[in-house]
Write a protein that binds this ligand. Structure first.
Ligand code: PEP
Length: 250
């Protein structure tokens, strides 16, 4: 099995005002005074805090990411943010296709793929989210839904550029519920197979993150599952202490 360096990304979603940077300082303190983290650490704050996170995180190795980007590099799209703008603010990553974007903004797999292409074009590493709804899991469709999302959301450029996949079962996001370890193992194996089938050797090296109610109490066991190469963390990334515990569980 190819060794992949783990990555833990925090998604602050629409949470965080300037004083949240105190949590970032605390995270930086924990990361630099404790045992060196075994994972790359990424924080994806709201766009208003991106430049500050990128600047403040630099000395402690915390990398910054956006939470979404437009498909275009610039233009008449009021309220949107483009991949080159994220890069200009210091981001190195961007989440695309989060289920909240897919649901709230009607984003299709095709939109997600174009956003991932835009991210790559701007020199960012897209974190491409996929995951089934509870109804789809109950209907026994989880794997086929995810495989389809992967096929349609990941651009061909993933063969030459770094992309990251995040498996986030929608019903586990923000609910405190998680799939069983066996279900996570099974889905990550399916994702790995699908990446290898499409991208060959490059598919062996794509990180597959798990996301959905990853917490200090379950991080160690989930992050140890085969083909789980790190995590995408929502709620528990808002508190430095909790996020650090998850990072340390790698
Ligand atoms: C997320 O929204 O990406 C997420 C994983 O959220 P939570 O950790 O809060 O379930």
């Amino acid at each position: 099995m190819t060794t992949i360096s783990p990555l833990i990304a925090g998604n602050w979603k629409m949470n965080g005002l300037t004083h949240s940077l105190e949590e970032l300082s605390e995270l930086a303190r924990l990361l630099t005074t404790g045992e060196a983290p075994r994972a790359l650490v990424v924080v994806c704050p709201p766009a208003t805090l991106l430049a500050a996170v990128a600047a403040q995180g630099a000395s402690s190795g915390i990398l910054a990411g956006g939470q979404d980007c437009h498909t275009d590099a610039s233009g008449a799209h009021t309220g949107d943010i483009s991949a080159p703008m994220l890069a200009d603010a210091g981001a190195q990553f961007v989440i695309v296709g989060h289920s909240e974007r897919r649901a709230d903004h009607g984003e299709s797999d095709g939109d997600v793929r174009t956003k991932a292409e835009a991210a790559i074009g701007a020199g960012l590493k897209p974190i491409i989210c996929v995951g089934e709804s509870e109804a789809q899991r109950d209907a026994g469709e989880a794997e086929s839904v995810v495989v389809q999302q992967l096929a349609n959301s990941i651009p061909d450029a993933a063969a030459q550029h770094e992309v990251i996949v995040a498996y986030e079962p929608i019903w586990a996001i923000g609910t405190g519920r998680t799939p069983s370890l066996d279900d996570i193992r099974q889905m990550h194996a399916v994702i790995r197979d699908s990446l290898v089938q499409r991208f060959g050797g490059a598919g062996e090296t794509i990180r597959i993150l798990y996301g959905g109610s990853l917490k200090p109490v379950n991080a160690r066991e989930i992050l140890a599952v085969d083909h789980v190469n790190g995590g995408l963390v929502g709620g528990a990334s808002l508190l430095a202490k909790d996020f650090y515990t998850i990072i340390s569980a790698v």
